[in-house]
Ligand binder design. Structure first.
Ligand SMILES: O=C(O)[C@H](CS(=O)(=O)O)OP(=O)(O)O
Length: 234
């Protein structure tokens, strides 16, 4: 298995034999994992708030979740892009609609991949385990958090942790978790200058292997869906 890192700013799309993990630790694919813990059956991806609203017309029970660039909540949505906000809610049997900037864009750019997964630290080992079982010839870890003013080290750390698992190195999660907290974007969480980025979110995002499932992203009827490994029924 050939493993490489790519960056959303320069990545031009997946080859047909490629497996892609779209890595978004802060916060899309951490939020997604907590949505599955809350009981959602599938998570529909929306590139814009208007697209999210039109998905809700099709799935009236769907919970809307998301943020605009910078992480600010979206008017009229049920939840922000916030794992902490989802910790104690029950969404059993409902769909979720996830509208975020980086995570959804990454999934869209890589949509032609033979295998497409949403990745974050909370399900990193499970993601590596699924890749090992599928054994694709090429794996790309697509980093979504690198911008001119952000080092994206939360995603680089997660990608390197997944890579270490793929290479059977039994990595200690502590240094990778620390890098999430110390990344450029990570340092904004809990800073009063960014009240929409909570310390509680950081505490959840910076914990490795909380969940034992990976999150495949599949295409159905013109939609992109994140599903929980082992629980998805079409
Ligand atoms: O809501 C978030 O934490 C981020 C904000 S930004 O788009 O990176 O500025 O969104 P995400 O798509 O989860 O990276």
């Amino acid at each position: 298995m050939e493993i490489s890192l790519a960056d959303l700013q320069t990545y031009r799309g997946a080859a047909p034999d490629e497996a892609v993990v779209v890595v978004d630790v802060l916060r899309s694919f951490t939020t997604a994992a907590y949505l599955f813990r809350a009981g959602v059956r599938a998570l529909l991806l929306a590139a814009t708030p208007d697209e999210a609203r039109s998905l809700v017309r099709r799935f009236p029970l769907a919970a809307t979740v998301g943020a605009v660039p910078g992480g600010f909540p979206i008017d009229g949505f049920d939840f922000g892009n916030s794992p902490a906000a989802l910790r104690n809610v029950c969404l059993t049997g409902r769909e979720g609609v996830l509208c975020t900037a980086g995570g959804v864009r990454g999934a869209t750019v890589a949509r032609q991949a033979a295998v497409l997964l949403g990745g974050s630290l909370v399900c990193a080992a499970a993601t590596a385990n699924l890749l090992r079982r599928l054994d694709p010839p090429r794996v790309t870890l697509l980093l979504t958090g690198i911008y001119a003013d952000r080092d994206g080290d939360e995603d680089i750390a997660c990608a390197e942790y997944i890579m270490a698992h793929l290479r059977d190195q039994a990595p200690d999660p502590a240094p990778f978790e620390r890098r999430v907290r110390e990344s450029t974007f990570g340092r904004r969480f809990g800073d009063p200058a960014y009240p929409h980025l909570s310390q509680a979110d950081m505490d959840l995002c910076a914990q490795a292997d909380v969940f034992d499932f990976a999150m495949p992203i599949v295409r159905r009827e013109g939609m992109m869906l994140v599903v929980q490994e082992g629980r998805w029924r079409a």
